[in-house]
Design a protein around this ligand. Structure first.
Ligand SMILES: Nc1ncnc2c1ncn2[C@@H]1O[C@H](COP(=O)(O)OP(=O)(O)OP(=O)(O)O)[C@@H](O)[C@H]1O
Ligand SMILES: [Mg+2]
Length: 422
């Protein structure tokens, strides 16, 4: 068992017999008393029996024996010992604190996390290990932790100046002997989890970039080869239809049909190629490109699209424009594939944020369930929309419920923070 300077050496044992008061430390005389009166011996016997009873009843944590080298303390391995072992061997930091964040108890793991000696950690304030903004976040949580628990993510400042991302889980504990609220905390090192999340984010970003590069390549191939060939074939079929004499009616009809099909195919390939290429943004600008996408979608699917664009006070960065353009495309793809909607509204506004909202009145879905299902089958659409928004410093939210349509909103700070600061 650990002892700490200035701290009680023993954890209070739960009193299993309320109303009876027993000393927490049983004292035993080192030597046998010289012969005394019978009454004194009886008294000592009664005291020894009472001490034994208290030990058996689990009311004693430790025994203090007065030896020749002064008092010696022996702890008893009662039921609490197992809990203590568990707390001390945990991979997480464990603390108990007062409501104003003074550390009453810390396990060795927490001391290792903050790279300080346990003796100095116990008795100090938890605030010592937090940055000012995290202290401010923690204060109301500790106050509230009296009633319910909470979880926060903060940076733990260690004694050597290093910082560790941690999750602090706060739980109220039973009031202590002095009727003061105490708070239990479990501190989990999130370094690894954060690294994994960053790697995942970097990977998703690379997937999005690779997707963009591949789209560009396919668009070019389609435009340079397939569309050209289709156009040439379309002209040939036109020439063929012209050459067939009017009296050879069935053959002429077939040739005209062929020409029309080829014309439609060329248009479709050109549409796909245009959607794949972000160059439409350079040519038309964001608002026209969004409008073009909406109009073409409505024509092809029969779903009514209403687009409202506020005035943009300044041209957005190429990355931001591409992000908004791709998000609208992906959202419309989802409407077509999943929503069974009749109306879609698209709204673009620019204030302190650039906001793009896409609402449909379709069948909707449960985003929570979708997140849980993601482990089984990975749909890339929503994930890549989120990643694209995050890449330009924004955030994407999806609100949907079965039968209640779907609302997608992207908010991107504008002007970007770096520019604003400059
Ligand atoms: N507008 C919508 N209406 C109804 N359900 C939707 C809508 N958008 C998304 N969903 C649901 O969310 C799921 C995830 O969408 P997501 O775009 O991530 O993947 P996907 O469309 O299935 O596949 P991918 O986009 O990779 O081709 C869809 O499978 C669908 O169930
Ligand atoms: Mg999709």
């Amino acid at each position: 068992m650990k002892t700490a300077q200035g701290q009680p050496s023993f954890r209070p044992a739960p009193s299993r017999r309320p109303g009876r008061s027993h000393s927490r430390f049983a004292e035993a005389a080192g030597g046998v008393a010289k012969a005394g009166g019978l009454a004194e011996l009886r008294g000592r016997l009664a005291e020894a029996e009472e001490t034994l009873r208290a030990i058996r009843g689990g009311e004693v944590d430790a025994v203090m024996v007065a030896g020749q080298q002064g008092p010696q303390v022996f702890t008893l391995q009662g039921a609490e010992h197992a809990y203590r072992e568990l707390i001390e061997s945990m991979n997480e930091g464990a603390l108990t604190l007062t409501a104003d964040a003074v550390i009453l108890y810390a396990n060795q793991r927490f001391a290792t996390m903050v790279k300080g000696p346990l003796e100095q950690v116990i008795g100090s304030s938890l605030r010592r290990f937090l940055a000012a903004e995290d202290r401010a976040t923690l204060r109301p949580l500790l106050r509230r932790a009296d009633k319910s628990g909470a979880k926060i993510h903060v940076l733990l400042h260690a004694g050597d100046g290093s910082k560790m991302p941690v999750q602090i889980s706060i739980r109220p504990l039973a009031k202590n002997r002095f009727n003061r609220a105490t708070i239990g905390m479990v501190v989990t090192d999130m370094t690894e989890a954060r690294r994994t999340a960053e790697q995942l984010r970097a990977l998703t970003h690379r997937v999005v970039q690779a997707q963009e590069a591949e789209r560009g390549r396919v668009a070019l191939e389609l435009h340079d080869n397939i569309t050209q060939l289709l156009c040439a074939t379309h002209f040939c079929s036109q020439a063929l239809a012209d050459k067939i004499a009017a009296r050879d009616r069935p053959l002429k009809t077939e040739a005209i049909k062929l020409r029309e099909m080829l014309g439609k195919t060329a248009e479709e390939v050109e549409r796909i190629s245009r959607n794949l290429r972000p160059s439409v943004l350079h040519q038309l600008g964001l608002v026209a490109a969004l409008r073009d996408t909406g109009t073409e979608f409505a024509r092809r699917t029969g779903v009514a699209v209403k687009l409202t664009c506020g005035r943009l006070t300044a041209r957005l960065s190429a990355d931001t424009e591409l992000t908004l353009y791709r998000i609208l495309q992906e959202a419309l793809n989802n409407v077509e594939k999943h929503a069974r909607a009749r109306h879609v509204t698209v709204r673009l506004r620019q204030r302190t944020f650039v906001q793009l909202a896409i609402n449909d009145d379709g069948i909707g879905f449960d985003p929570e369930q979708h997140a849980a299902r993601r482990k089984e089958k990975v749909g890339l659409g929503l994930l890549s929309m989120r990643e694209r928004a995050a890449y330009v410093g924004g955030a994407l939210t999806v609100k949907s419920a079965p039968g209640a349509g779907t609302k997608i909103e992207v908010l991107i700070p504008w002007p970007p923070p770096a520019t604003a600061a400059a």
